[in-house]
Design a protein around this ligand. Structure first.
Ligand SMILES: [Mg+2]
Length: 117
């Protein structure tokens, strides 16, 4: 699995143009991921609110969203595998016995991403 994620992340690099401007690049990825996530939401809405089956679109746009995730990781030189592992560790801490609504609430605490954990 580790090799697959690394291979995917490297393959994504080969499917984009080279940016001269770093800010323009990260803004492209930031807006792009939002657009693709919006496409996922739109396909879900069409499927379940309008009776227009777009389930294959949900699937395809999840892949497109993943591409932007990989590109944001590439921009910051982060290993996507590390991020997935960190996320699993965070979830294990938050839900040691599996999902629980009380643990999900987190006491309405706000998160400061710059604060040391
Ligand atoms: Mg798409």
């Amino acid at each position: 699995m580790e090799e697959l994620i690394k291979t995917y992340q490297e393959a994504c690099k080969k499917t984009t143009k080279k940016f001269e401007d770093q800010e323009k690049e990260i803004m492209t990825w930031g807006l792009g991921i939002s657009g693709e996530a919006g496409d996922v939401a739109g396909c879900i809405k069409k499927t379940y609110s309008q009776g227009n089956d777009q389930i294959l679109g949900i699937r395809e746009n999840l892949g497109d969203t993943m591409w932007y995730i990989a590109m944001i990781c590439n921009f910051y030189e982060w290993n996507l595998e590390d991020i997935l592992n960190e996320n699993i560790e965070k979830l294990k801490k938050r839900y040691p016995q599996g999902f629980d609504e009380k643990d999900a609430d987190r006491g309405k605490e706000r998160i400061d991403w710059n604060e040391k954990k």
